[in-house]
Design a protein around this ligand. Structure first.
Ligand code: ATR
Length: 405
């Protein structure tokens, strides 16, 4: 038996933000990031709509990108004081993910972060509050997923919290919010979405309910991401839907080791001055993981189906896999994303010598490989790597060398 869970309601299209007027409750806590939602006027509009719905509103502002355990704990304390019956999280994946974790701690104040990270181990929520998510980036799809990614900065590791309990009650997918994204954010979040769709399609937990969502998302992203990056706002609007479809697929089909590796490398070199931004990490590792997974016959066939839907050509599955890898690398080139960690600059752009020194990478390689294998996303990958294989794969992602094992 398997389960397929989505938010109870999904409002989409321009103007969907107004749905906030219809929420029924007494107190809403609005959680946002570092200021973009305020700057572009979306926060004021959301607050006004909630007040129109008769609610008292309090803000929790300043949630950082890659939110920390500390931020989660602070937010939960604010919620315990204010006692909201609605949590409205608006912005990129970071504030929405943080608010999901705050929600758990608000409902269960004694729960520890370690307990939250037990996969599908969250106790029943919604005894105190319901959750509405409003994305302003087109990638994480956290507005429809059962996941939240929180970073433990002491360990330099991103932990996924995974449970259908944290699938939001309402998702508001209003493309206007995504129109203000700078180009780099479009590129990274867009490739995050492409990775979600491809990993969901080849995941061992794929099913009849997730496949059409994943395939349609892939087709849309193939068509719309580059134009969106180049400023086509109609394509930008379509990307907002496409990433949400990808999220609906992967929330139920789960992911694979591209994400395991991105989670475990993202903050691993923070002491050298930068993070490997999640979407860029996915974009760099995806072609390598496809080559690795394609040694599994079922996965190879499924990559072939993806290539067919993308009209990439190829006479047999080997050729189709090669063409898919080539196409994705071409997308990275057009989006100004490097192909490997060695050439990943602190500003995320390609450069001759990236911010992660080779000797540091090699000295941390074993631990990162062990952590990646232990990541919650590894279990549903179509081919289970050994620690040695994971080390080799990570090395290919550092040097941009061929995966031939
Ligand atoms: P992701 O969706 O990749 O997780 P994030 O970590 O939540 O994104 O946000 C990354 C950056 O994009 C943040 O600096 C965020 O700004 P705020 O923290 O000030 O909100 C910014 N950002 C998110 N949505 C945006 C939008 N629509 N326009 C401009 N900047 C945006």
């Amino acid at each position: 038996m398997a389960r397929f869970t989505l938010p109870r309601d999904l409002y989409h299209g321009k103007g969907a933000l107004e749905t906030l007027k219809t929420l029924k409750g007494r107190r809403a806590m609005v959680c946002v990031g570092g200021g973009s939602m305020k700057r572009f006027g979306f926060l004021d509009r959301a607050v006004a709509y909630l007040k129109e719905a008769g609610m008292e509103v309090e803000l929790f502002e300043g949630i950082e990108a890659d939110p920390s355990v500390d931020t989660v704990m602070r937010g939960a304390e604010a919620m315990l004081k204010f006692q909201p019956d609605w949590i409205v999280a608006m912005g990129g994946g970071s504030p929405i993910d943080a608010a999901k974790a705050m929600w758990i701690k608000y409902e269960y104040p004694d729960i520890t972060f370690e307990d939250m990270c037990k996969v599908f181990g969250i106790p029943e929520l919604r005894k105190k509050a319901h959750f509405c998510a409003i994305p302003s980036t087109s990638g994480t799809a956290t507005e429809v997923t059962a996941f939240s990614i929180i970073t433990d900065y002491q360990k330099g590791i991103k932990y996924p919290i995974a449970d259908f309990e944290i699938t939001p009650d309402i998702a508001i997918v209003d493309p206007e919010l995504a129109e203000t994204m700078p180009k780099k954010l479009v590129a990274h979040t867009g490739m995050d979405a492409m990775t979600h769709a491809i990993e969901a399609y080849v995941s061992t937990a794929n099913c009849d309910f997730t496949d059409p969502l994943a395939i349609h998302a892939i087709e849309m992203i193939q068509k719309d991401l580059i134009p969106s990056y180049n400023g086509d706002m109609a394509a930008r609007d379509k990307m907002h839907n496409a990433q949400c479809l990808a999220g609906q697929a992967f929330s139920n089909a789960l992911l694979g080791i591209v994400h395991s590796m991105a989670h475990k490398t993202g903050a691993a070199f923070a002491d050298y001055g930068a993070h490997i931004i999640h979407g860029a990490a996915n974009a760099m590792y995806l072609p390598k993981v496809i080559a690795f997974n394609a040694k599994d016959p079922t996965a190879k066939k499924r990559y072939g189906v993806i290539a067919d839907y993308m009209h990439l050509g190829g006479k047999n599955d080997d050729e189709k896999v090669a063409l898919l890898i080539k196409f994705l690398r071409g997308m990275n080139d057009q989006l100004n994303i490097p192909h490997c960690i060695k050439h990943y600059g602190a500003d995320s752009y390609p450069c001759e010598q990236g911010f992660v020194p080779e000797d540091v990478f090699l000295s941390r390689l074993h631990d990162i490989a062990v952590n990646a294998i232990g990541d919650a996303c590894t279990g549903s990958n179509p081919r289970q790597p050994s620690v040695e294989e994971m080390e080799k794969l990570l090395k290919c992602c550092y040097y941009d060398t061929e995966v031939d094992f």
